[in-house]
Ligand binder design. Sequence first.
Ligand code: MN
Length: 295
Amino acid sequence: MKLASFDDFRIGVVDGDVVYDITPLLPAALDLLPRQRMNWLLGNWDSMSARVAGYRAAAQATPWSATRLLAPNPAPPHIFAAPANYRKHLGELGSRTVTKPGRTAREQGFFLKAPGSLVGAGEAILVPQASSRRFDHESELAVIIGRGGRNIPRANAMEHVFGYTCLIDATMRIEKDVAEEERSMRKSFEGFTPMGPWIVTADEVPDPGQLRNRLWVNGELRQEANTAEMIVGVAELIELVSSVLWLQPGDVIASGTPEGVGPFRAGDELRIEIDSVGAMTIPVRECDARAPRPF
Ligand code: MN
């Protein structure tokens, strides 16, 4: 099953070209907190899944191309992200990376991206106006947590996965000895975390460690890898994060990028595609307003 968020944070099941609006199945109280609908649904999946499975009875079915797709979970409690998690990506950015040589996600742990940087398949990446900085794309498989937990051993970790989605981890690069801002800030500009087009439930992805992950810029293939090349797999990432704090329903874990990381600029179009999960094309625009602090 494919779950999407669309228009004014409505929840839908995508089936072929159509999205069935299942928002009326959710408690009316969530109308006051529409961004929380997906977190609530994932946290109450055991009691809701049978009703959601009857989605074809939903009154409203719309071609999803006629909706505005948002990040499928627009307000996750956290976005955790793995650095340096594909062997061939290690070292390719030279002095523009802050990860120490030879270190991977296993040694470095995770970093955070701001949930406020999320956008969906119907939105855009926004780069700061008139910036001379370099902005890069990173093509990543994202894990959506269903069942929360703390200190989850990797042997049990997959029971905590609700599903998967595509995620572009956009980044403003450091300029060695010139501008070396914190990673969490450089990766948290508005629109710097496109996610979508929907969440595919885990039952439709038999092995998240065997998926082709590709990204194009303006039709040119820039990144192509298989998630089998990940150094720290999905189960170990869940073990790692939950060793630090409680994982919560709706949390996102971005699993890291393969080689081929490269720049994009306003006017470009980024396309990400992951087997069994989906694909989306995201335009890059310059911000309408100039920031009081330039970048
Ligand atoms: Mn990344």
